[in-house]
Design a protein around this ligand. Structure first.
Ligand code: DX5
Ligand code: ZN
Length: 221
């Protein structure tokens, strides 16, 4: 059985006090810290780069789950690895050489993930299953926090679960995850849940622990 993990996305954190925002979800029970990297090219938004990963690295011992929404990706893998990423996930749609990019991540000793956009068929990962530690299914179109969950994702989770068989590969979901949408996702077999606005909305650190717990409890129910 794959262990349940909650990964708050710092995309919805208050960037003026980012260190405290990371510490607060760490103290609040986060399993991983999800870092959304956007380039204004692969997705229509620009966020953060290796500098910020490096800056938050000393703030937490939790794994940094780095989601690269950039193209090309290969020239930047080393920089994110050196900055302190533990898991590096790349989009299957971001380039023609997925296998090579995954090998590059492994060369740096990091866990490797493949991300699929909502319209990308799960077959895109079929031939790299023995190279990856994680499959991340987007349940919104990447680029922004706070979007509505796309329900077709549930079917994709079932398909991914069947495809991976007994391999130890995490199934992570990103976009519109909250204590309600997580229920069907967990039932279908997903085990890692990214949540941005559902945890950080309002940016009041006192709310983070109960929100993380609400998502965890709903996924466990
Ligand atoms: C979207 C990002 C997500 C985002 C999720 O492109 O990959 O990680 O932060 O935000 P919510 O949880 O608000 O949908
Ligand atoms: Zn993400």
């Amino acid at each position: 059985h794959r262990p349940l993990k909650i990964a708050p996305s710092i995309l919805s954190a208050d960037f003026a006090r980012l260190g405290n925002e990371v510490r607060a979800v760490d103290d609040g029970g986060a399993d991983w810290i999800h870092v959304d990297v956007m380039d204004g090219h692969f997705v229509p938004n620009i966020t953060i780069g290796p500098l910020i990963v490096q800056a938050i690295r000393p703030v937490t011992f939790k794994p940094l789950d780095v989601h690269l929404m950039i193209a090309p990706v290969d020239p930047y893998i080393e920089a994110f690895a050196k900055a302190g990423a533990d898991i590096i996930s790349i989009h299957a749609e971001a380039g023609p050489h997925l296998d090579r990019s995954l090998q590059a991540i492994k060369t740096h000793g990091k866990k490797a993930g493949v991300v699929l956009n909502p319209a990308t068929p799960v077959a895109a990962i079929q031939h790299v299953l023995d190279r990856i530690d994680l499959i991340l299914l987007m349940s919104v179109n990447p680029g922004f926090g706070g979007q509505a969950f796309i329900p077709e994702t549930i079917t994709k989770v079932e398909q991914v679960k069947a495809l991976i068989g007994d391999r130890h590969i995490d199934i992570e979901i990103d976009g519109g995850v909250d204590a309600e949408t997580v229920v069907a996702l967990a039932k279908a077999g997903a085990n890692v849940f990214v949540a941005g606005s559902a945890i950080y909305k309002g940016n009041d650190p006192a709310t983070y622990a109960p929100r993380i717990k609400a998502i965890r409890d709903a996924a466990n129910a």
